[in-house]
Ligand binder design. Structure first.
Ligand SMILES: *[C@@H]1O[C@H](CO)[C@@H](O)[C@H](O)[C@H]1NC(C)=O
Ligand SMILES: *[C@@H]1O[C@H](CO)[C@@H](O)[C@H](O)[C@H]1NC(C)=O
Length: 180
């Protein structure tokens, strides 16, 4: 009887210790714990109310073929569909990008994705990375966040949908992969 009780206790302990571990393993096996979603970033440099404005530059920036040294402040709409309409705006991309490469269009992006509607409303993601804009896909780091994204880490992949050459509005698809 004593042996049976001891065995039962041992089994229970083993279950309690193992159960959470196996749950974690199962989740990790599914998707690595990442939440993935797509956003469309609208960088509006033309028109009467631009959302991207040049705030600083070096005397030599204008003569640089890559605008090296120029810094742009952004408050760019983020929408759930490629076409911009107020109905599907879920947040803003706020921060700066710096033309940081003398040889090619290589930007340093330092921005927050600030969610103001939708399922992430009230939370934000901090994004930092190199954006070589002529590449098909550019990967940047998610270095943190707030709200439901507190302590977030992950990465985004940017892909230009419309260069904005004629419209003055560049549209970039951002695929967000985040763990928080
Ligand atoms: C660079 O070009 C911009 C736009 O054409 C102009 O407003 C600015 O004065 C120029 N800056 C310099 C330092 O030449
Ligand atoms: C987003 O959250 C704020 C603060 O909780 C709330 O006031 C606002 O109505 C929400 N907006 C949408 C579109 O859900």
């Amino acid at each position: 009887m004593a042996t049976t009780t001891a065995a039962t206790v041992l089994l229970l302990c083993a279950f309690v210790v193992l159960a959470p571990a196996s749950t974690t393993t199962a989740a990790a096996a599914d998707d690595g714990g990442f939440t993935t979603f797509k956003l469309y970033f609208h960088d509006i440099v033309g028109g009467t109310s631009p959302t991207a404005i040049r705030i600083a530059q070096a005397p030599s920036s204008n003569s640089s073929s890559t605008f090296f040294g120029a810094v742009v402040a952004i408050d760019d709409p983020l929408t759930t569909a490629p076409a911009r309409s107020s109905g599907d705006e879920v947040g803003r991309a706020q921060g700066t990008y710096t033309f940081a490469d003398r040889k090619t269009f290589g930007l340093l992006m330092a921005m927050n994705f600030v969610f103001t509607a939708g399922e992430h409303n009230g939370s934000s993601l901090a994004i930092l990375g190199r954006n070589q804009v002529l590449d098909d896909v550019r990967e940047m780091s998610i270095v943190g966040g707030s709200g439901k994204f507190r302590m977030a880490r992950g990465y985004v992949q940017a892909h230009t949908v419309d260069s904005g050459a004629t419209s003055g509005e560049t549209v970039v698809q951002y695929t967000v992969n985040v763990k928080a």
